[in-house]
Structure formats: structure tokens, C-alpha cells
Design a protein around this ligand. Structure first.
Ligand SMILES: *Cc1c(COP(=O)(O)O)cnc(C)c1O
Length: 415
């Protein structure tokens, strides 16, 4: 690429002109650490530390049970949902925070197939994020003879979407390759045959522009702990388009989704609003911390985030090609930045050991079996100069075979 920077200073210059640069200071990031894994676990917003102290000491410690009312814990799921809504192109009242992405996917997929009686298929792609496929397999096993999961590689996916399809479930940005689906086109294809569309936005929200209502999506789920910086194990969220809410009945009919949870009646009556997506008691501490990450993300201009993310990715690819040529790497992400989320993946047969060697140098990416090295770019805190430093370290690790040490080859429980 003709505009590949020649020196570290070129990247320092880009940081100086970066309109998002000031956001970095709002995160707790150790000096000398390069964090390229915000796509897996976002960094800690400094404001989350004060918020958690306040939640624990004042709201829980002093307020105790009264805080459900006095600190409005009871409306946390909808309040944080409404703050996520603009990040994903949803309207107020269409998003609620609850449970995990896996659980939310089960609730929505089960509700969706009930809204298309007589149809037998859920369509997805092989290689989708494992939990998505596992949850759909669980639903299939739960409704034997009624629902089956069928998958086809994305080139042939459309041939599978037919009149027998109740629901199409896809992840917008692929967790391994970072490849983006054309949300508008696939949603339209599903609707053309009368099927419903459910998008998993785990690697999208806060990373790429998403316009759920613009593409007429029916359902969506997503993760709170990735680009939304909600903290480890933060709750997920679910979206149900307004037009479906009255017919939407999810199977985990717990009391928090009841129209009047504190009327303590025997019979379940779903809340008239998106609250019917809830099941049990809100994880107040986790949801309160997620709110901080969401507010920070919502305050940033998505057009700037996308532009910087694409630039970071392009610089990374061109620098790897220049400085690590002949070292056995191949690009596992689309080269075209418009077809890529906010990560670049490489393949290498020694991928695991190479990632460990980078981590030993305080450069944190991650590895996904069997051979993917993932580098996530989070424009709110990744600096341009981080890209230069990462590629130089990678080139050095390869040139000196630094990765080829036993300590970098011990497979850990979490990669
Ligand atoms: C991260 C991720 C999840 C995580 O699901 P949990 O229930 O939070 O473990 C699900 N789907 C996709 C596509 C993801 O990237």
C-alpha cells in the first residue's frame, strides 16, 4: 500500500490529530500495555470504579431493599436498554438488558419460532459463534420434529432460506474473521419468504454502525462486556422490534417479565412492554456497571469510531505485510475495510505460541483455535502508535523465533 507509514512518528502524528484521542484517558489502562482484545473483554472505564463503589456502599450497603425504589433499580434493565438503543439503531422501548447473550438468544429464538407456526427450519451458518449454534441445537432438541437447525456457508446461505424457514439467526460480525454480513440484504431475503430475522450483535455494538430499524430487523441480541465495556460477565441485551412486541411470548416467563411482578398473582401475564423479555431479578451491580460503559460508548460519534477503526485495520494489515513478509502469516479477515468489523485476524500454524510471546511483551491479542490470531481495535482507546509497536514486536518475535519456547506452548483453559 502506497500510504504505509514509514516510521513510528507517522503514527504519533495520526494520534495527535485523532478526534477520539481524549477518550483513552477515561479508561484504566496500564502504562506500557497494548490492549488489542477489547472485542473479547472491553477495558475498565475509570467511572466504573466510582460507580461500583457507590452501588455497593450507598445503594446496597445503606439503602438496602429500599434502593429498588429510591435508586430505581427496578427500571435498570429498560433504562440501560434505552441507552444501548441508539448504538444499534433501535428506538426507546425496544431494548432491555438481561441475562447473558446465550440465554437471550434462547428466549428470542423460541419466541420467534412460535410466531411462525407450521414452519420447521432455523437457518444459520456453520462456524457461527459456538454458543449460538449450541443454543439453537438445544432448542431443536427441545422441539423434536417441530424445529430443525440447518446451516450453510454464507455463499450458499440464501438457498436455504425458504418458505419452510421460521427464523434466520446470524452474527453480524464474525468472531473469527471479522467479516460483516450485509444486514439489510439478508434481512430482506428472510422477509421475502416470510421468515423472521435475529441478529447477534456481540461483535458489532460499539464497533460498527448498526441500524436495526433501518434494515427492518425483527430481533437482536448482544453482549455487554465486549465493545460496550460493561465488565467481565456483564449482562447481555435483547431487542424486539415494536411491531412484534404484542405477539412476542418468550418461554422463560419469570416474574420480572410479568405485567405486575409485585401483585404476586399465580398466573403469568406478560408485561405489555419490552419488559416481557425479562426473566428473574436484575443483577443490579453488573447492570449498574454496564450502564457506565454504555454511556461512555453512546457519547462517542460512531462515524468517527468507524473511520478510525478502519484506518487502524488498514494500517495493521499493510504494516504486517511489509514487516512480517515471508513469516507464514495469512490474512483471515476481508481486506476490504467495508466488509470487516473492528478486528483483523491472521492465520499462522504457530498462532497460539506467537500470541503468548506477544502477551509476554505486554501486547494482548488472542488466539482462536485452530490457527487464528485475533487483533481487536477499539477506537476509544487503541492508539495508532500501538499498531506500529505491535507489528514491530510481531516481526521481532518471528525473526528471532522468540515464540519457539516451551513456556509459550502450554495451552491455557481460556485462550
Ligand atoms: C461473545 C459472544 C457471545 C457470548 O455469549 P455469552 O452468553 O455472554 O457467553 C455470544 N455470541 C457471540 C456471537 C459472541 O461473540
Amino acid at each position: 500500500m502506497s500510504d504505509t507509514p514509514l516510521s513510528r512518528d507517522d503514527l504519533v502524528d495520526l494520534d495527535q490529530d485523532d478526534p477520539l484521542a481524549h477518550y483513552r484517558d477515561q479508561f484504566e489502562l496500564e502504562e506500557g500495555l497494548i490492549y488489542l482484545d477489547g472485542n473479547s473483554l472491553g477495558a475498565l472505564p475509570k467511572a466504573a470504579k466510582t460507580r461500583v463503589a457507590e452501588l455497593v456502599e450507598r445503594e446496597w450497603g445503606q439503602g438496602l431493599i429500599r434502593s429498588w425504589n429510591t435508586h430505581d433499580w427496578i427500571s435498570l434493565p429498560e433504562r440501560v436498554g434505552d441507552k444501548i438503543a441508539p448504538i444499534i439503531g433501535a428506538a426507546p422501548g425496544e431494548v432491555v438488558v438481561a441475562d447473558s447473550t446465550s440465554v437471550n438468544l434462547f428466549k428470542l429464538a423460541a419466541a420467534a419460532v412460535r410466531m411462525r407456526p407450521g414452519r420447521h427450519k432455523i437457518v444459520s451458518e456453520p462456524g457461527n459463534f459456538p454458543t449460538d449454534l449450541y443454543i439453537l441445537q438445544g432448542l431443536e432438541a427441545f422441539l423434536p420434529g417441530e424445529i430443525r437447525l440447518e446451516t450453510a456457508p454464507r455463499e450458499r446461505l440464501e438457498t436455504l432460506i425458504d418458505e419452510d424457514t421460521a427464523l434466520v439467526v446470524l452474527t453480524h460480525v464474525h468472531y473469527k474473521s471479522g467479516e460483516l454480513f450485509d444486514m439489510a440484504a439478508i434481512t430482506a431475503k428472510a422477509h421475502e419468504v416470510g421468515a423472521l430475522m435475529l441478529w447477534d450483535l456481540s461483535h458489532s455494538a460499539g464497533a460498527v454502525p448498526v441500524d436495526l430499524n433501518g434494515v427492518d430487523a425483527d430481533f437482536a441480541v448482544g453482549c455487554g462486556y465486549k465493545y460496550l465495556n460493561g465488565g467481565p460477565g456483564a449482562p447481555g441485551y435483547l431487542f424486539v422490534a415494536k411491531r412484534h412486541q404484542a405477539a412476542f411470548r418468550q418461554p422463560l416467563s419469570g416474574w420480572f417479565g410479568h405485567a405486575e411482578p409485585f401483585a404476586m398473582r399465580d398466573d403469568y401475564q406478560p408485561a405489555p412492554t419490552i419488559k416481557r423479555g425479562l426473566c428473574g431479578t436484575t443483577g443490579v451491580l453488573a447492570t449498574g456497571v454496564l450502564e457506565v460503559g454504555v454511556e461512555l460508548m453512546a457519547s462517542a460519534d460512531m462515524a468517527l469510531i468507524r473511520a478510525k477503526s478502519q484506518r487502524l485495520g488498514e494500517l495493521f494489515i499493510s504494516l504486517v505485510e511489509r514487516h512480517c513478509a515471508g513469516q507464514g502469516f495469512a490474512l483471515a479477515s476481508p481486506r476490504d475495510a467495508d466488509r470487516r468489523g473492528s478486528q483483523v485476524s491472521l492465520t499462522h500454524e504457530q498462532g497460539f505460541a506467537i500470541i503468548q510471546a506477544l502477551i509476554a511483551r505486554h501486547i494482548i491479542g488472542d488466539f482462536r483455535a485452530p490457527n487464528i490470531l485475533r487483533f481487536g481495535f477499539t477506537p476509544l482507546y487503541t492508539r495508532y502508535v500501538d499498531i506500529w509497536d505491535t507489528v514491530q514486536a510481531l516481526a521481532n518475535i518471528m525473526a528471532t523465533r522468540e515464540w519457539d519456547q516451551p513456556e509459550f506452548k502450554t495451552i491455557t483453559a481460556v485462550t
